[in-house]
Design a protein around this ligand. Structure first.
Ligand code: SF4
Length: 443
């Protein structure tokens, strides 16, 4: 009987993409993929380390897994916690059998074989091997209609609060030929939307021009956007963009190609230059506003979302007011707000975490409340307009309704008797809720 593997994924889209890639390789090596941890001979936990709390969750989950199944599965820790902690995981969780770094996704079957051959615990934190390609089977994709296509791994930015450059290593871009071919294949298989993903997609900088020869643009990423758009894939989204590398030509490409979606996620983190400097973001508020203006002044109505951290070390009331002013000016369609928490191993963990927790909470709630009002106004402005929606499933709220995302990446629920999943259709918006739109199909 074939051995079965269950992969549990925590964290961001890059982890989802890594799990898809690992599953593809394991199936190729003769393993079956289980649908639950209880039914598996091998359980892999693909971990996130962005916050210390996320890391603690991993250890809790490993303890649960040990108690869950009488099969006594082999347990592997994949992803960022594995890469950062390495062998130290064994001291905290001696039951763990495999530690699989962020670049070892293609070598898991070899690690399992080594365990079966009698090794006690195996660790692979090495770089990707030569010739390893990002090859994901359609059956392992998280959706039959939407595919994540990594274009760049790692990060060179070293923001002072962030662990990613240590867990994911330096930036490495795939060649445009490989990316474009993958998107063409996905289109032939019936996928309707791709998300070009990476910690900073617009820092895309491949080693060679291969595959970009025919496309123009101010930066390699702008050229890649045009090359991917030319594949005819119905919808193309990309995330996340880094402010310092945001060139207005990205907006020009979106204006030229209707299949490049009208949504940009551009994390700012703070509205205070003093705090941005402490965060080592490498950009000022004025630089950010120039990018926002390019997006807002586009011929296409574009959706803009962002991330903000409140209570970073040294943040005064005046700094926080500047963040509030920035949010007022940027009119975000969506905002992920985080209270700062020190992440061991980052430069900022050596700063004094001097904003009291109660003040972080007060600032968080004030920002959240204002964003809620601004967002409501933006969502209400969609009433009466038709938006293009990719139908992805049944609405969680009502069996009668379907749900999907607009090109501007808003959740849209709507009534329909005849629609098929995977169709792209126009929905006229009749109602705006807090974080979603509601409407009716337009014939
Ligand atoms: S750009 Fe900054 S916040 Fe984003 S992954 Fe890199 S270091 Fe982290």
């Amino acid at each position: 009987m074939k051995s079965t593997v269950y992969i549990e994924t925590m964290g961001c889209q890059m982890n989802v993409a890594d799990s898809e890639r690992a599953a593809t390789n394991l199936r190729r090596a003769g393993y079956d993929l289980a649908t639950s941890a209880e039914a598996a001979d091998v359980v892999l936990v693909n971990t996130c380390s962005i916050r210390e709390r996320a890391e603690q969750k991993v250890y809790k989950r490993i303890r649960q897994l040990r108690g869950l199944s009488s099969r006594k599965p082999l347990i592997g820790v994949m992803g960022c916690v594995a890469q950062l902690e390495g062998e130290a995981i064994l001291a905290k969780a001696p039951d763990v059998d495999m530690i699989i770094g962020t670049r070892a996704t293609d070598r898991i079957s070899t690690l399992i074989e080594r365990l079966r051959d009698g090794e006690r615990a195996v660790i692979d934190l090495d770089e990707r091997g030569p010739g390893e390609s990002w090859d994901v089977s359609p059956v392992e994709r998280h959706s039959p209609f939407v595919a994540f296509v990594p274009i760049i791994e790692g990060c060179n930015k070293f923001c002072s609060f962030c662990i990613v450059p240590y867990s994911r290593g330096r930036e490495r871009s795939r060649t445009a030929t490989e990316i474009v071919n993958e998107v063409k294949r996905l289109r032939e298989l019936g996928f309707r939307e791709v998300h070009l993903i990476g910690q900073n997609v617009n820092s895309y900088r491949p080693r060679s021009e291969e595959g970009l020869e025919k496309s123009t643009g101010a930066t390699p990423f702008c050229r890649l956007l045009r090359a991917v758009a030319a594949t005819g894939m119905a919808r193309i989204k990309f995330t996340t963009s880094f402010p310092r590398d945001f060139h207005p030509d990205i907006v020009a490409a979106i204006e030229e190609w209707p299949n490049l979606c009208d949504w940009v996620h551009l994390p700012v983190q703070s509205g205070s230059n003093r705090i941005l400097k402490g965060m080592r973001r490498g950009h000022l508020v004025a630089d950010y506003f120039r990018s926002v203006d390019a997006i807002k002044n586009s011929k296409r109505r574009m959706s803009l979302t962002s991330d903000i951290i409140v209570g970073f070390p040294g943040e005064t009331d005046a700094d926080f007011r500047e963040t509030m002013n920035l949010v007022e000016r940027c009119q975000y369609d969506g905002l992920f707000i985080f209270k700062y928490s020190s992440r061991p191993g980052t430069p900022a963990s050596r700063f004094m975490d001097d904003v009291p927790e109660s003040l972080k909470k007060t600032r968080f709630l004030e920002l959240e409340a204002r964003q809620f009002e601004l967002q409501n106004t933006i969502y209400r402005s969609y009433i009466g307009r038709a938006v293009s929606v990719l139908v992805e499933g049944q609405s969680a709220r009502s069996e009668k309704d379907l749900t999907g995302h607009s090109t501007c990446h808003k959740v849209v629920n709507f009534q329909s008797d005849s629609t098929q999943l995977g169709e792209i259709l126009n929905v006229r918006i009749t109602e705006a809720k807090s974080y979603s739109l509601y409407g009716q199909q337009v014939n």
